[in-house]
Write a protein that binds this ligand. Structure first.
Ligand code: KG4
Ligand code: ZN
Length: 346
């Protein structure tokens, strides 16, 4: 069983082929970072055009790299939301067109489902498990009981954590993309130098809040009247990263408690999404889940940030259950992960 996966929901154009033995036969990805850098963020219109310019070639390259032709594939999967709608349309319509012309089934994938199932591709993890999905657009805990069987425990009440990293990078003048820039700067900084808030700390729910943390960083910069020396920038980046990691650890304890009550067989917290590529956050979470008797499963960074393999894999998981979709399936800029059950595959 082989599935081609297409991902175009943000600023990565990606196409990959996986098989049922959890092998990634090809994994083509083109980052648009250079096209968006001068705007300091992703420009939706530029992203959509760039996906359109590059996706066909990436699909051809994915087939070549896997040494396969369309007639050796079993399905074509694409992200149909949530995300920037122009980009989602490009990937989804390409997949539908290919499905129509080859006669292969089309499978619609929720981008967050791709992140949630990536650890089954890389680690071969069994259900159920708890997933912490932390990206540029989302911060959420999801109890993953099976394919299409997701329960959202909590989400952010304001900014997503990746957004907080990106905005902090901008405030500190570290450039774009923000997450890796903050992580690099933080390596040379003292995380105890600035005292920053830990929003939601100790609250008896699984929600997040990151906007106050970002504002606190801005206040420190204002106190310095914008004249932070390099060491202070590194110290502030490290203090921010440490506070963000503390928030994730505190919220994870709450989510693990609830998950432990509802799914006594599950003992794993999976992290996914771009922010899960952050080494210091991984280390902090590893220590925190161990204290709760859980283990941390983290796909390799390449599978944490947006990629085609996770979409191909989610497609394969659905195909195995016979969950294919009609070519009328809509593109959805917003799409809650728990909004479609395993049987809802219109
Ligand atoms: O999952 P992803 O690739 O795209 C979305 O679906 O949003 O996540 C991108 C987000 C960005 O906010 C980026 O700054 C953040 O993940 N990110 C990181 C790191 N690498 C990417 N944040 C912190 N540390 C990193 N190393
Ligand atoms: Zn993502």
């Amino acid at each position: 069983m082989h599935v081609l996966g297409i991902e175009t929901s943000c600023d990565e154009t990606a196409a990959a082929i996986v098989n049922k033995n959890r092998q990634i036969l090809s994994d083509r990805i083109l980052s648009q970072i250079d096209e968006h850098r001068r705007y300091g963020g992703v420009v939706p219109e530029i992203a959509a055009r760039s996906h359109l310019d590059h996706l066909s070639l990436l699909v051809t390259q994915a087939l070549d790299e896997a040494g396969m032709s369309f007639d050796e594939l079993d399905a074509i999967a694409a992200t149909t939301g949530p995300g920037l709608i122009g980009g989602v349309m490009v990937g989804m319509m390409t997949a539908k067109g290919l499905a129509l012309s080859t006669g292969l089934p089309f499978i619609a994938i929720n981008h967050m489902e791709g992140h949630a199932l990536a650890a089954r591709l890389s680690e071969g993890l069994n259900f159920p498990y708890l997933a912490l999905l932390v990206s540029g657009g989302h911060s959420q805990f999801v109890a993953v009981a099976g394919v299409g069987d997701y329960r959202i425990y909590g989400t952010t009440i304001d900014d997503a954590i990746g957004e907080a990293f990106d905005k902090t990078a901008k405030i500190l003048g570290l450039g774009f993309p923000g997450g890796p820039a903050v992580e690099n700067s933080a390596k040379h900084g003292d995380p105890s130098r600035f005292s920053l808030p830990r929003p939601m700390h100790g609250r008896p729910n699984c929600n997040f809040s990151f906007s106050g943390l970002k504002t606190a960083v801005r206040r420190v910069v204002e106190e310095f009247k914008g004249k932070l020396d390099n060491q202070s920038i590194n110290d502030l980046a490290a203090s921010f990263q440490c506070a963000a990691a503390d928030c994730l650890a505190d919220r994870s304890k709450q989510a693990i408690n609830r998950f432990g009550n509802e799914f006594p067989d599950g003992k794993t917290l999976v992290i996914g999404g771009g922010v899960a590529a952050n080494k210091s956050i991984r280390t902090r979470l590893k220590q925190c889940v161990a204290e709760s008797g859980f283990q941390l499963a983290a796909p390799p960074p390449k599978l944490c940030t947006d990629n085609g393999a996770m979409i191909a894999w989610a497609g394969l998981e659905r195909l195995r259950l016979g969950l294919i979709d009609s070519l009328h399936f809509p593109a959805r800029p917003r799409w809650q992960l728990d909004a479609r059950g395993a049987k809802d595959h219109r």
